[in-house]
Design a protein around this ligand. Structure first.
Ligand code: G6P
Length: 588
């Protein structure tokens, strides 16, 4: 949550450079944005509420030191005053921040008492004033160290001073990654934002701070100031992957990339996968943990492991994991699923489990992310940069890896790979023009409804949850995925004449029972949309998918993604940046 970008170097268009960086980070928060540049020995600010859209920073002067921020509001409403960067009383210090300063009220009271004037309702502003307060008696860097030590909570901050040729940063919790250029350096909250400038990066660890200068970067322990020797790594993504290309939205582009993602995974299964398989084989206490779409992938993982490999696994949402800790011990294995590798509840789950001695396996998309670094063994999802807030290709990538892992556990890895190759083909069929037009027409027909219900059983139950999530988050239609058998325990009461009910009917052991549920809905006037390899008389609408056995949830979810996308368009919404949400949830 919140995008942070900073630049120091030889170029004189730092404000524009940072502004462009913010555009690449906007999916992290789009309530408001702001840029500060040091020009002509002064600090110049531009802040605006809302999305960046067609805005410019043309009025900012030339300068070669700048920071910027895209906000997802926590403390204080969405106003220009609350937008970052925040300044001190003298307008000589500027700060950007991702996180929550838990003790800001007591610090603010202290500073007000000392005569500081606050202009915003944010927790962040106290950082600028605290820096000003300490900088009276010590250097800016020393003041930064003192300030950071006072902050409680999980925070990443970056600060500049109009007279100092440095950019200072520190983190605990929220991510910060440094990008290394030639006579220029960058800092951002997400590595994909650095790609147009550099692929050489260093992910700051918790408890570390960095001082960026034009041609050097030093990293220290923020508590002791001890210099840290660090090695950089090279990102394996390409800048072209971060552009929309011919697509109107990142979400559509990412949906259409899925066959390639799945094919790539079909070709994987090397040494690290073997190591993970042997780790999983040794435990009787296996957990999947993740948040949002990743939590539905966890649930799918539990079904897949049971069905394909006869292995028991518990699927737990990151925010609930803490309450299961009594069962975690040195024999447990926790598989954490995350696109970003920075979701706070997933990271905290992993750190609790680690403290109890469990082994951690990460299924993660971002190389070098916090989850990637902390895991004992890891698989990179290989979906490439995902920019739309609603996860699509990273979700399908997780499912494909879980299928492969389950087959590998059952010593049938080749069969798993073959199934994934077939799935990639089947996704192409779903995306083909004739089929997507059918989905588009359906979206047009049902875009005015208030509720959509989605029914599935077994693996299709987790698919129903994911399809409902996509519809909710980008079309704002209330959608509910449910285990088909649970329908008559309550939800059926909401079905009226014409209520759209999507029924997931794969060619498996769930078919007959789910079909019976569809009949019961139909008898009460529900409008039945069947997603299945077979057409049934009960369907009012039929969205065909090919039969891919244990991987059938893949084409089902892709169908749901397209439906959600077209519903959003029909309702005039921006599918890439849904209201109130952000891509990377780094605060509790
Ligand atoms: C946010 C995103 C979701 C994502 C979830 C978990 O809520 O909007 O699309 O599924 O975070 O993210 P992760 O990066 O851990 O997979």
């Amino acid at each position: 949550m919140c995008g942070v970008f900073g630049y120091i170097g030889h170029r004189s268009n730092a404000a524009l450079l940072v502004f462009e960086g913010l555009k690449r980070l906007e999916y992290r928060g789009y309530d408001s944005w702001g840029v500060v540049v040091v020009g002509r020995g002064k600090i110049y600010v531009k802040k605006k509420t809302g999305k960046i859209g067609g805005a410019t920073v043309d009025e900012l002067p030339p300068g070669s030191l700048a920071i910027g921020h895209t906000r997802w509001a926590t403390h204080g409403g969405v106003t220009e005053k609350n937008a970052h960067p925040h300044l001190d009383c003298t307008h000589t210090i500027a700060v950007i921040h991702n996180g929550i300063v838990e003790n800001y009220e007591s610090i603010q009271a202290e500073l007000v008492h000392a005569g500081h004037r606050f202009v915003s309702e944010t927790d962040t502003e106290i950082i600028a004033h605290l820096l000003e307060f300490y900088a009276h008696n010590m250097s800016f860097i020393e003041a930064f160290v003192k300030t950071f030590q006072r902050l409680e909570g999980l925070n990443a901050i970056v600060a500049i001073h109009h007279k100092e040729r440095v950019l200072v940063a520190a983190k605990k919790g929220s991510p910060l990654v440094i990008g290394f250029g030639k006579k220029e350096n960058f800092i951002a909250s997400d590595p994909s934002a650095l790609l147009p400038h550099t692929k050489e990066v260093y992910f700051l660890e918790d408890g570390q701070m960095a001082v960026l200068r034009d041609a050097s970067v030093s990293v220290m322990e923020s508590a002791s100031q001890k210099v840290v020797k660090f090695s950089t790594q090279i990102l394996d993504w390409d800048v072209s992957q971060t552009h929309k290309g011919e697509f109107h939205h990142f979400m559509l582009k990412e949906i259409y990339e899925q066959p390639q993602v799945v094919l790539g995974i079909a070709g994987s299964g090397g040494e690290e996968v073997k190591r993970i398989v042997s780790l999983i084989r040794k435990t009787k206490d296996l957990y999947f943990v993740g948040c949002g779409s990743a939590s539905y992938a966890c649930l799918a993982g539990a079904y897949l492991f049971s069905k394909i490999a006869q292995r028991r696994a518990h699927a737990i949402a990151g925010s609930e994991f803490l309450y299961h800790l009594d069962f975690i011990n040195t024999k447990s294995v926790v598989v954490a699923l995350s696109q970003s590798g920075e979701t706070i509840d997933t990271l905290e789950s992993v750190s609790y489990a680690k403290r109890k001695g469990a082994k951690i396996v990460a299924l993660v998309n971002v190389l070098g992310s916090s989850l990637y670094r902390v895991a004992d063994a890891k698989i990179l999802i290989g979906a490439g940069p995902e920019k739309a807030v609603a996860s699509t290709k990273a979700f399908i990538g997780k499912i494909a890896h879980l299928i492969l892992l389950a087959y590998a556990l059952d010593k049938r890895v080749k069969e798993g790979q073959e199934l994934l190759r077939k799935s990639a083909e089947v996704i192409r069929e779903v995306l083909a023009e004739k089929n997507s037009d059918r989905i588009k027409k359906l979206a047009h027909r049902i875009c005015g409804v208030n509720h959509i219900f989605i029914l599935g059983r077994g693996l299709s139950y987790s698919a129903s949850l994911e399809c409902a999530m996509k519809i909710k988050e980008i079309s704002y239609i209330h959608a509910e995925g449910l285990a088909a058998g649970e329908l008559k325990h309550g939800t059926l009461a909401l079905v009226e004449k014409g209520t759209p009910c999507i029924v997931l009917l794969p060619n498996d052991e769930t078919y007959a029972a789910t079909l019976a549920g569809a009949m019961e809905i139909k008898a009460r006037g529900g409008y039945i949309i069947g997603i299945s390899p077979k057409k049934e008389g009960v369907f009012d609408e039929y969205l065909p998918i090919a039969d891919v056995g244990d991987a059938s949830m893949i084409p089902m979810v892709v169908t749901g993604q397209l439906l959600a996308y077209y519903l959003a368009l029909e309702r005039g919404l921006d599918p890439d940046m849904p209201r109130n949400l952000a891509k990377s949830v780094t605060v509790r």
